[in-house]
Design a protein around this ligand. Structure first.
Ligand SMILES: Cc1ncc(COP(=O)(O)O)c(C=O)c1O
Length: 400
């Protein structure tokens, strides 16, 4: 064994800065770790590993939090969309409208039902579904609108409800990024016939693995998803629905989510407060083309992600800025770099570049900055200072 080993050589003269991760889940798990382990022990002692007591308890608590009568735990958010749409009566051949700038799971959920996805553009300032574009995309085959509450902000519930009533359409909410978000007096999940949530670990309410939930106020929709998630069975070994699958929220995951649910409001308001701090700190950089996505729902925005646009007025492009932040030990993300209508897997839908200018422009200019409960204002200052130093640098030609 070596008695001493040489220190690693530093690649620069600068003292290296601590990493600011994009998300740090240890901050929310460490203080409740003993309670999490108690959930595991409880499941072990009860032995109710699948569809156990914690699943039913968490379903009731989550339904109540969303202001709905029923919640059905499933394996992931994608399954909540697929099984939810099927239970809401969407069939092969139905046209279902969705925004082009969403996570691929929204599209996969619609495609798995056999419905025809119809993309529409989004608003440049918020990234949310453009309701005027929805109206133009409606045909006699349109059955539903899947409203994606992107980044933690709801699509206007009043706008959606008026549109749906005018055209006799069903609303389904993809609320995977918007647990307890609010707008115009509505809570995410309380607007549509059904709504899907994801409990992927980094979501505002996250499990320790995959998980999802369908919420609804229609008993028949809830009952159908209960059957679909359990091989299409209506009672043990008696299967009435050929669309059934195995997609259940694990008992241990439900127990952990039940434990975390009481913290969610506080975590969401921490995110909202941190976003307001970012907004203020970034204000001087709007002149340099760094524009935060617009918050039109004030305290109701739950900031699953804090996203800025690196616009054409910015002297550096998004890729350069992201690389420079990374070099400064600041992790960022892009949600999402390729709009759904341009994904190779769905080429057969027949869309091409240029079809949705706002979604395509956003995909080139958005950058998600670190955002999680427990992020400090000092860390935000460091992120903003790092952005300021990159975008304020003199162009290379004038330095030579
Ligand atoms: C908008 C949106 N919809 C659906 C999903 C799918 O959720 P899951 O990953 O739990 O299947 C996600 C999660 O990543 C999402 O962000």
């Amino acid at each position: 064994m070596h008695s001493s080993s040489p220190l690693p050589e530093s690649s620069s003269d600068q003292p290296s800065q601590p990493q600011i991760p994009f998300v740090d889940l240890s901050l929310q798990h460490r203080p409740i770790q003993a309670d999490i382990l108690a959930v595991v022990e409880k499941t072990l002692s009860r032995g109710d590993y699948v569809l156990g007591q914690a699943v039913a308890e968490f379903e009731s608590a989550f339904a109540e939090a969303c202001g709905r009568e029923h919640a059905v735990g499933v394996g992931c958010g994608t399954d909540a969309i697929t099984l939810g749409l099927r239970a809401c009566g969407i069939c092969p051949g139905d046209e279902v409208i969705l925004p082009a700038n969403t996570f691929i799971a929204t599209l996969i959920g619609i495609a798995q039902v056999g419905a025809t996805p119809i993309f529409v553009d989004c608003e440049r300032a918020t990234g949310l579904l453009d309701l005027a574009a929805v109206e133009s995309a409606i045909t006699p085959k349109t059955r539903a609108i899947v409203a994606v509450h992107l980044y933690g902000q709801m699509v206007s519930p009043l706008g959606l409800l008026q549109l749906a009533e005018r055209h006799d359409l069903m609303i389904f909410e993809d609320a995977a990024q918007a647990h307890l978000a609010e707008r115009e007096g509505y809570t995410a999940g309380s607007v549509g016939l059904g709504a899907a949530f994801s409990f992927y670990p980094s979501k505002n309410l996250g499990a320790l693995g995959d998980g999802g939930m369908l919420v609804t106020s229609e008993a028949v929709v809830a009952q159908t998803v209960r059957s679909l998630r359990n091989y299409g069975a209506t009672r043990k070994y008696f299967h009435t629905d050929p669309g059934g699958t195995n997609s259940r929220l694990d008992t241990i995951q439900a127990g952990v989510l039940q434990l975390k649910l009481p913290y969610l409001k506080r975590w969401n308001s921490d995110r909202n407060r941190l976003a307001a701090y970012y907004d203020r700190a970034l204000q001087p950089l709007t002149a340099k083309g760094i524009i935060p996505m617009q918050n039109v729902s004030k305290a109701g925005h739950v900031y699953h992600l804090y996203v800025v646009r690196v616009t054409a007025n910015c002297p550096v492009d998004r890729t350069v800025l992201q690389l420079e932040l990374n070099a400064n030990a600041i992790q960022t993300g892009i949600h999402y770099p390729t709009p759904c209508h341009l994904q190779p897997a769905f080429q057969s839908l027949g869309y091409s570049a240029g079809d949705f200018p706002c979604a395509e422009a956003l995909s080139q200019e958005i950058l998600s900055l670190p955002m999680y409960p427990g992020l400090t204002t000092a860390q935000i200052d460091r992120v903003v200072d790092a952005i300021a130093s990159v975008v304020s640098r003199e162009p290379v030609s004038t330095l030579i």
